[in-house]
Design a binder for this molecule. Structure first.
Ligand SMILES: Cc1cc2nc3c(=O)[nH]c(=O)nc-3n(C[C@H](O)[C@H](O)[C@H](O)COP(=O)(O)OP(=O)(O)OC[C@H]3O[C@@H](n4cnc5c(N)ncnc54)[C@H](O)[C@@H]3O)c2cc1C
Length: 418
């Protein structure tokens, strides 16, 4: 029995297309199958339509996984500068926005074109929409049965079906179900990089501020969260008030660490500290009675935060509206303590339709970190978001798609002989 292709890749998203292009250019025969009418849809909607395609500073610290060391070999084997150089080779103009995040100047569709061009350069065949009916091991090969479009015999199988966010554009749990059907462990999944929802008084407070954005320091997670827990983290980013709750980069980052029942802690004084950029006890200087004694709290906060937010916060933590000089020392301390550790308790997240990533997935203990090959089935590989590897906001998730795809592509072997 002869395989038709060295490799069949299931999923023509970021990881699948990139892996296929590299493997094809290494001389392997590669077929990519995707069930979606249009491929690369998640890339198209990414980064607000401009695709934050990598981050100059990507490192293992930017990833959540129950096995945090797993990402190291793949990230070291394919660095962001390698993808940047590919983007340059394709003549795609880009810019750095914030903290190493790189975006296309024009459109995310340029990255989709890059991936398709790389596949073409490697002679890769991409077929879609094709629904996979079943895949089973047959001797040393994988028989891929499609619905109404025939069978294919593959020497190696790469699963690159991504995560569960945004089901309307093709997300499915197929990769996770397939892994389970072969006896591979899959860690519990939940939405990550997702806006948070609130109820009751907190909703009313946030709704009144909808549309405002402000810089905060945010803390989420706990060292002993309910398993599976990714620990705790803090970020300095902008927070956005919406009609449904809280969003913006600060909340999206925190949401990946937050678990139901926990509070998220906000430091509203971060904006003031950031403005000051000074040494020493900046807070004491900023709230020095000689400087701000004649102002009330709303006026002091209004120097660093949007006025409406400053007023709303002041009403919450110092409702008397007295001048700063009129407050006793211990009251001032209490005000500053509440502002720097302002707890909000989300009632939930806003679901898979609003999430950017999936936390959890195929257990990395099942895979070789150098090749992404299954330890139980050596000709089976999992890459991209369907693994229990999730990046922080900022281009790290695409960098993981490229790096895991590259590691896999270099491990794949030529099997079909003419
Ligand atoms: C709104 C939004 C914005 C984002 N912005 C960014 C950003 O700017 N920067 C960043 O780094 N990350 C961003 N991400 C995350 C990033 O898009 C993903 O992490 C990345 O696309 C994962 O790559 P992947 O190849 O694993 O999965 P995907 O790119 O999702 O590809 C999976 C492919 O598998 C196919 N598939 C699924 N099930 C089947 C099946 N049963 N049969 C056949 N095919 C199947 C799908 O149709 C899809 O084409 C964003 C995500 C969202 C939702």
């Amino acid at each position: 029995m002869k395989a038709n292709y060295d490799v069949v890749v299931i999923g023509a998203g970021a990881a699948g297309l990139f892996c296929a292009g590299v493997a094809g250019q290494r001389g392997l025969s590669v077929l990519v199958l995707d069930h979606a009418q249009t491929i690369g849809e998640k890339i198209r909607i990414s980064g607000g339509g401009r695709c934050n395609f990598t981050n100059r500073n990507t490192s293992p610290e930017h990833f959540l996984s129950l096995n945090p060391g797993f990402v190291k070999p793949a990230l070291a084997g394919y660095r962001s500068k390698q993808f940047i150089s590919l983007v340059r080779d394709h003549g795609i103009a880009f810019h750095e926005k914030h903290k190493g995040q790189l975006f296309c100047n024009d459109s995310a569709t340029q990255i989709i074109k890059l991936l398709i061009d790389e596949c073409q350069a490697g002679g890769v065949e991409v077929r879609h929409p094709v629904s996979v009916a079943a895949i089973r091991a047959e001797g040393a090969h994988w028989r891929v049965q499609t619905q109404g479009q025939g069978d294919t015999l593959a020497g190696q199988l790469v699963v690159a079906t991504g995560g569960l966010p945004v089901p309307a554009i093709g997300a499915s749990a197929w990769g996770l179900d397939f892994a389970r059907s072969l006896g591979l462990a899959v860690t519990p999944v939940r939405p990550g990089l997702v806006p948070l929802a609130f109820t009751g008084e907190q909703t009313a407070f946030f709704q009144g501020l909808a549309g405002l954005s402000a810089p905060v320091e945010i803390h989420a997670g706990s060292p002993k969260g309910v398993e599976p827990s990714y620990g705790q983290a803090s970020f300095e980013e902008d927070l956005l008030f919406t009609h449904k709750g809280l969003s913006g980069p600060a909340i999206l980052q925190a949401s990946s660490y937050w678990q139901l029942g926990e509070s998220v802690r906000l430091n509203w004084l971060w904006a003031a500290l950031d403005d000051a950029l000074g040494d020493g006890d900046v807070l004491a200087e900023l709230f020095d009675e000689r400087v701000v004694g004649r102002l009330n709290l709303a006026q002091i906060l209004g120097q660093h935060l949007p006025e409406r937010l400053a007023k709303a916060l002041a009403e919450q933590v110092e409702p008397t509206g007295r001048k700063w000089a009129e407050l006793k020392g211990k009251d001032r301390q209490a005000v500053l303590a509440r502002l720097s550790d302002f707890k909000v308790t989300p009632a939930g997240h806003q679901g898979w339709n609003k999430a950017e990533v999936m936390l959890g997935g195929v257990d990395t203990a099942e895979l070789d970190p150098k090749t992404m090959a299954s330890r139980r089935h050596r000709s089976l590989y999992f890459i991209g978001e369907c693994l229990d590897v999730t990046g922080h906001l900022g281009g790290h998730n695409f960098q993981w798609a490229w790096a895991s795809g590259y590691a896999c592509a270099h491990a794949l072997k030529r099997m079909v002989t003419d």
